[in-house]
Design a protein. Structure first.
Length: 123
């Protein structure tokens, strides 16, 4: 990192130039303001850089962990097989670059309104 320059922009440039982003998830990564974590993840997804989430000692029952993360394959670094899978992924050439939009998380104060997405047209 170059001192005196925009830290966030340097991280985005590094992500744009890499083949994979290993996102190391810690219990504190989801507490408080998650802007940095989300920004890095979204930058990778928009550029087509595969994100390989890895963790150690994460409590999946913690309410701070976003629900969408549980639907992804995350590499448990305490499990030897999972560590090997992560290393194998990093050693393999990346596939075709696929830029993917990433759905935003709803803020904590969001109130779901089932059925409000349906439009009703008057005849």
């Amino acid at each position: 990192m170059r001192g005196g320059e925009d830290f966030r922009r340097q991280i985005e440039e590094a992500i744009e130039g890499c083949h994979y982003l290993v996102m190391v998830l810690t219990p504190d990564a989801f507490r408080g303001d998650r802007e940095v974590l989300r920004g890095e993840w979204l930058t990778a997804r928009r550029r087509g850089v595969p994100v390989l989430p890895a963790f150690r000692g994460l409590d999946w029952e913690d309410e701070a962990i976003p629900p969408w993360l549980g639907r992804l394959h995350c590499h448990d670094l305490e499990n030897g097989n999972e560590r090997q899978k992560l290393l194998n992924s990093l050693r393999s050439p990346p596939g075709q670059v696929v830029r993917m939009p990433h759905n935003v998380e709803f803020p904590p104060q969001f109130v779901p309104r089932p059925g409000s997405r349906r439009r009703r047209f008057a005849c």
